[in-house]
Design a binder for this molecule. Structure first.
Ligand SMILES: Nc1nc2c(c(=O)[nH]1)N[C@H]1C(S)=C(S)[C@@H](COP(=O)(O)O)O[C@H]1N2
Ligand SMILES: [Mo]
Length: 302
C-alpha cells in the first residue's frame, strides 16, 4: 500500500471528519441532517488548510524516552526493537481476554488514512498522515463489559532492546489511560502506519495510540497491554509530576503549563524562522469532542 495516500486521496478525502460525520449521521438520523451538512462543509474547509509535515520531520524528530530523551535519539536507537512477532494482551473487563497476535489484529481491522494535527505538551506541533484503525473496533473485538469505565495501556519494557530504560527518567513501563468514552470516540485510533508505510519503530511500531485532541504524551507507543477497568488508571507523566501533567491532558490554549504558556505552538519543519501559530481548543477538534467534557471544569481537570 506504499503511497496509496499520495496517489489516490486528496486531503479532503482522507479526513477523519467525513468518516466521523457519516457515522454520526447514521446515529443521529434525519432530524439533525441539515445541521450536519453545514458542519461537514465547515470541517472540509478547515481540513483543506492542513498541510502534512514531511516524512522526515515525522520520523526524525520524536519523543520516545525508552530510546533516549533527545529528539533524534529514537530515530538513532529504536531499530533494536523487535516488532514482529508481536502480541497485545487485552484483559480486565472484557468478554474475550487473551494474547492477541498483531498479525490477527491487522487481518481483522480496516486500515484507514487519518490526517491529524499532533500537539506535544512541549508546545511544538506537526500534521501527520496516519494509517490505522479505530480503537473502538479493537475494543469491540475483545468485548467490553458493562462495568468498564477506563482503558489502561502499557508499552513494552525490554531493557535489552531499549537503551533509555536504564535511566529512571520515568517509572517504566510507560503507561497511559483514557476514559472509556474517549477510547471509543471515532477520532481515537491505533496507528500502524505513516504516509502509507508501516509505522517506524521510533514512532511506536507496531501499534501506537493516537488521540488527536490531547497532548502527545497520551498517545502511547508500542503497546503490549490494554486493560479495561472501572478505576482511573495511573499514567506515566502524571506519576512523574502530578502538578504539571493531569489525567485528561486535553489540548487547551487557556490552561498554561506551570512553566510555559500553551497559547501557541512552534510548527516543526518551519526552518530557522519557524512561525508560531495559535493553539486551538482541543487541538482543533472541539466540534467533535467538546461534548465529552460538558459540565467539567477544564482548569481543574487538566
Ligand atoms: N512509550 C512511550 N510512548 C510515548 C512517549 C514515550 O516516551 N514513550 N512519548 C510521548 C510523547 S511526549 C509524544 S509528544 C509522542 C511523540 O510521538 P512521535 O514521536 O510519533 O511524534 O509520543 C508519546 N508516546
Ligand atoms: Mo510530548
Amino acid at each position: 500500500m506504499a503511497h496509496r495516500w499520495t496517489n489516490t486521496l486528496t486531503l479532503n478525502d482522507a479526513t477523519p471528519r467525513d468518516v466521523f460525520l457519516n457515522r454520526r449521521q447514521l446515529i443521529a438520523g434525519a432530524a439533525a441532517g441539515v445541521g450536519l451538512v453545514a458542519l461537514a462543509g465547515q470541517a472540509r474547509a478547515q481540513d483543506a488548510a492542513l498541510e502534512p509535515n514531511s516524512y522526515e520531520d515525522i520520523t526524525q524528530y520524536n519523543n520516545y524516552y525508552e530510546f533516549g530523551t533527545g529528539k533524534t535519539d529514537p530515530a538513532a536507537n529504536a531499530h533494536t526493537l523487535t516488532t514482529s512477532p508481536w502480541e497485545v494482551q487485552i484483559d480486565g473487563m472484557v468478554d474475550k481476554p487473551g494474547a492477541y497476535a498483531m498479525a490477527d489484529i491487522m487481518d481483522a481491522m480496516t486500515i484507514e488514512e487519518r490526517i491529524y494535527r499532533f500537539r506535544c505538551v512541549e508546545a511544538w506541533s506537526m500534521v501527520i498522515p496516519w494509517n490505522g484503525f479505530e480503537l473502538a473496533d479493537l475494543l469491540d473485538m475483545a468485548g467490553v463489559q458493562s462495568g468498564a469505565k477506563y482503558v489502561a495501556f502499557e508499552t513494552a519494557l525490554r531493557p535489552d532492546e531499549m537503551p533509555g530504560v536504564r535511566f529512571p527518567v520515568l517509572d517504566w513501563p510507560y503507561v497511559e489511560g483514557l476514559r472509556l468514552d474517549e477510547a471509543m470516540h471515532p477520532l481515537t485510533i491505533m496507528a500502524t502506519g505513516i504516509y502509507g508505510k508501516d509505522i517506524p519503530n521510533q514512532n511506536g511500531a507496531p501499534m501506537r495510540l493516537v488521540v488527536p485532541w490531547k497532548y502527545g504524551f497520551k498517545s502511547i507507543k508500542s503497546i503490549v497491554r490494554i486493560t479495561l477497568t472501572d478505576q482511573e488508571p495511573p499514567t506515566s507523566w502524571n506519576k512523574a509530576n502530578a502538578r504539571e501533567y493531569g489525567f485528561y491532558s486535553n489540548v487547551n490554549p487557556e490552561v498554561s503549563h506551570p512553566r510555559w504558556s500553551q497559547a501557541s505552538e512552534r510548527v516543526v519543519g518551519g526552518g530557522l524562522f519557524a512561525k508560531r501559530q495559535p493553539t486551538l481548543m482541543f487541538n482543533g477538534y472541539e466540534e467533535e469532542v467538546a461534548s465529552l467534557y460538558e459540565g467539567m471544569d477544564l482548569k481543574a481537570n487538566f
